[in-house]
Design a protein around this ligand. Structure first.
Ligand SMILES: Nc1ncnc2c1ncn2[C@@H]1O[C@H](COP(=O)(O)OP(=O)(O)O)[C@@H](O)[C@H]1O
Ligand SMILES: [Mg+2]
Length: 334
């Protein structure tokens, strides 16, 4: 391919927002430039590419362009059901949880990495995980971690759009999504899985709810072992028990204990210049943070850091514990 052809393809994929193909052509052009001895140009292009990717990955996730693979009606309908298509750089280091939970999740990842070995023994491969527990305790985060560890593309499903008051429509939407996952060996992430409970309000005799549960059970049965379903909910009681039973792993992500709170604090400040002076004040903050979610604690800590900066702009980087203590009090009062 000539240089001009590469440029034409780059323009095309760039305008179509087709990140995957764009990256592939850019990499081809870099290779081509090296081979044709345009080394400087190749290096410049390489650094542009690297910077661009760094910006996108600043939060650990790379969001891919909207679907360009479908034409016509199907394209439109699937687009509405899929909130996001992403790859993730998160790994187990990012998630604070019980050792037993980490072990379960590592086994899950290992099963998929050695799927062929299990196949040789005709053993089934787990591919359905349910995360449950209070809000802000890492259900969404744990899903990103699995996507990162498994190195698979993850489709985040908009369950709000999937669940429809029109009879039969919810099942149809779910089938569409599972069909797509089956053809791409990817992860389907059904966040806020309890949204399915809305069906009970739409249809008082619960007939539609039962039909949808049966559809999901069937879709689970026919899901290829390379494809993965992750569901998350903070209202596990709202979910049909037959459905819960069908998950290979049910993982409870609960509120942090004091050891986990300290781990969260350390992880949050380890890559910053900020420090905390261990003191009785600090101990009482840990005590007071009991019962709060990881998310809320982290939020108050980050706000305390910001306010510390404003309070004493040229002093050291020691977090003002009085400020933080007040923020925790406010957060708990909310
Ligand atoms: N178990 C955890 N370990 C580390 N950080 C956490 C954990 N739980 C929550 N967080 C922090 O709070 C944020 C929000 O958590 P999230 O995964 O969205 O909670 P959930 O989905 O359970 O409501 C995360 O991005 C992370 O910064
Ligand atoms: Mg969540």
């Amino acid at each position: 391919m000539s240089q001009y052809n590469y440029i034409k393809e780059i323009a095309k994929y760039g305008l179509e927002n087709d990140q995957e193909n764009l990256l592939s052509v850019l990499n081809q052009l870099i290779e081509y430039s090296k081979q044709t001895k345009k080394i400087n140009f190749a290096l410049q292009l390489q650094s542009i590419l690297k910077e661009g990717l760094k910006l996108q990955k600043a939060n650990g996730l790379t969001k891919h362009g909207s679907e360009n693979f479908f034409i016509g009606k199907e394209h439109h309908e699937l687009n509405e059901l899929i909130l996001e298509k992403l790859t993730s750089d998160y790994n187990f280091e990012n998630l604070i949880c019980l050792e037993s939970v980490k072990n379960d999740l590592s086994f899950f990842v290992k099963e998929h990495k050695s799927i062929n070995i299990l196949r040789n023994f005709e053993l089934p491969v787990s591919n359905k995980v349910l995360f449950y527990g209070p809000s802000g305790c890492g259900k969404t985060l744990a899903s990103y971690v699995l996507a990162g560890e498994l190195e698979k593309i993850m489709y985040v499903i908009n369950l709000g759009a999937v669940v429809s008051s029109k009879l039969g429509e919810t099942s149809k939407n779910l089938s569409r999504i599972f069909k797509k996952a089956a053809s791409e060996n990817c992860i389907i992430f059904l966040d806020e899985f309890d949204s399915l409970g809305k069906l009970r309000d739409y249809n008082q005799d619960h007939g539609e709810m039962k039909r949808v549960v049966n559809t999901i059970l069937q879709l689970f049965d026919y899901l290829p072992q390379e494809s993965i379903v992750i569901a998350a909910t903070n209202q596990i009681d709202m979910i049909d028990t037959a459905l819960i039973r069908r998950f290979d792993f049910k993982v409870n992500l609960g509120l942090p204990d004091s050891k986990q709170i300290i781990e969260l604090i350390n992880k949050t400040i380890e890559k910053t210049p900020f420090k905390i002076k261990k003191s009785t004040k600090f101990d009482s903050i840990i005590e007071e943070a009991q019962g709060m979610s990881f998310y809320s604690i982290q939020k108050t800590l980050i706000n305390a850091i910001k306010r510390t900066i404003f309070e004493n702009i040229d002093k050291e980087y020691t977090i003002d514990l009085n400020i933080w203590h007040q923020l925790i009090k406010n957060e708990k009062a909310d």
